[in-house]
Design a protein around this ligand. Structure first.
Ligand code: GLN
Length: 489
């Protein structure tokens, strides 16, 4: 049997090796902790590394594995996006506001993965409060793309994507409000899944825009994502928007035939904004699907081009309300020597939030204010409905929609920070799924000048099993998802 080094294995491969006692969880965990430490100066993917706790959890997992009581994920290490509350561990959300916040409880997603026997390596870097597309708004400095460290990893889950791409964690949790799982997965050449809104509990996931936020995963393969999604999905009485429908075994349908699958090509996803070199990779991937028996049909979502402006009314509105809780009183940053209560609020928030977060709070407060509510917020909600209807119509003609995840590959650090509109347009192909609450994935499908290109798959509500299988079948025909950056080989 070939001895594939630990870090070259997928999460599924690691789980198998642990079962067969080819290596222990402590060995695996030690290997990743070593890689994290070595990569930190270049990538800055982690905010907190919980090495000691990880090794202790790994030892517990090894005992379970030895006693034959292990579950499918026992002993597998992973990293959590620093937006998820972790009991007793710093939970910063990438912000100075929470730079000193140690959470007193675990997010449901974190608790479920811990109960499944996974080992937390630490907390990964992200855009401040998940607002960004390049990981450059983090208070803890930008993350760099492992394929080329002059480039951004995407955002806001840039730490999650870079960590998996560089094999310094075999998988990571992430969140997606407008594309934050799929876009960084695309830019770093890894697999990302944003489940249906309500599929995964938001309890303990620091809120950005509550009607759009959804927790999910960044992994090397669809198979890995299927395994992990089974552990995190499902109803949670602590999240009133989590949906009480059964969680299928997502691994059971991997390998099903794609014969006759109707793949919708949304005309608006192949517009003039799409880099021609990326488009060529997407078209090549579509040819693979045709070879697998799928049928391509063109569909129209005429309101989709309105998704970015709609999102930039709805998301800031919700964020201005959600972020009102950071007032310097109960937790987080507090200014020194406040003169009175108003001074405490003003200076704590002024000092604690970064520029992009402030821009969103101001925009959100404006669109919700009396006199502007009808003109902006109400209108945006109406357009949101139209976009949902477009998707519903498309799904009468197609089983899944496939297209680009991002209009361009990874771009140089600093190249878009002065121009918020250009930055916001990174999510032109991903935001629609959030507005409609649909599940979406991104899988690697090629390279442009050494930088990965992502293929997006969007399905109807609760069609994760179908999407994961479509991704898995592509990954059995191609090996883009197994390529790794030379510096991290
Ligand atoms: N890039 C988008 C934004 O800046 C989406 C972020 C996200 O999905 N969390 O808001």
């Amino acid at each position: 049997m070939s001895a594939l080094p630990i870090h070259r294995r997928t999460l599924t491969g690691l789980a198998k090796g642990l079962k067969r006692r080819e290596f222990s969880s402590v060995e695996v965990t030690r290997s990743y902790l070593g890689r994290i430490a070595a990569s930190q100066p270049d990538l800055n993917a982690f905010i907190t590394v919980t090495g000691e706790a990880a090794l202790a959890a790994a030892a517990v997992a090894d005992a379970r594995l030895a006693s034959g009581q292990a579950g499918p994920l026992t002993g597998v290490p992973l990293a959590h996006k620093d937006i998820f509350c972790t009991e007793g561990v710093l939970t910063t959300c990438g912000s100075k506001m929470l730079a000193n916040f140690v959470s007193p409880y675990d997010a449901t997603l974190v608790a479920r993965l811990r109960d499944a026997g996974t080992v937390m390596l630490g907390k990964v870097n992200m855009d401040e409060f998940a607002m960004g597309s390049s990981n450059e708004t983090s208070h803890f400095g930008p993350v760099r793309n492992p394929w080329n460290t002059a480039m951004v990893p995407g955002g806001s889950s840039g730490g999650s994507a870079a960590a998996v791409a560089a094999r310094i964690a075999p998988a990571a949790t992430a969140t997606d409000t407008g594309g934050s799982i799929r876009q960084p997965a695309a830019l770093c050449g890894v697999t990302g899944i944003k489940p249906t809104y309500g599929r995964v509990s938001r309890y303990g996931m620091i809120a950005f825009a509550s009607s759009l936020d959804q927790g999910g995963l960044i992994t090397l393969s669809a198979e890995d994502a299927a395994l992990l999604l089974g552990a995190i999905a499902g109803f949670d009485p602590r999240d009133s928007t989590s949906v009480d429908t059964p969680v299928p075994d997502y691994t059971a349908t991997l390998g099903d035939s794609l014969e006759g699958l109707r793949i919708g090509l949304v005309r608006q996803f192949f517009d003039k904004g799409l880099d021609a070199r990326c488009e060529a990779q997407i078209r090549a991937a579509l040819a693979v699907y045709e070879k697998l028996g799928a049928r391509l049909v063109e569909v129209d979502c005429p309101n989709l081009p309105l998704s970015v402006p709609t999102y930039y009314v709805v998301a800031p509105a919700e964020c201005s309300s959600n972020l009102a809780r950071f007032d310097g009183v109960r937790f987080g940053h507090r200014c020194a020597d406040p003169k009175n209560l108003i001074d405490l609020y003003r200076r704590s928030r002024g000092e604690g939030f970064g520029a992009e977060v402030k821009r969103r709070i101001m925009t959100g407060t404006y669109v919700l204010s009396a006199g502007y509510y009808d003109a902006y917020y109400l209108k945006a909600q109406r357009v949101r409905q139209l976009i949902s209807r477009d998707f519903a119509q498309a799904f009468t003609q197609a089983d899944v929609l496939v297209g680009p995840t991002s209009p361009v590959p990874a771009f140089p650090l600093g190249s878009k920070t002065a121009d918020p509109i250009t930055m916001y347009l990174n999510d032109i192909y991903t935001i629609g799924a959030n507005l409609a609450g649909l599940p979406g994935m991104s899988i690697p499908c090629g390279f442009v000048e050494g930088l990965p290109v992502g293929l997006q798959i969007v399905g109807p509500h609760f069609s994760e099993a179908r999407m994961l299988n479509a991704a898995h079948r592509y990954q059995t025909e191609t090996d883009w998802h197994l390529q790794l950056p030379a510096a991290y080989a």
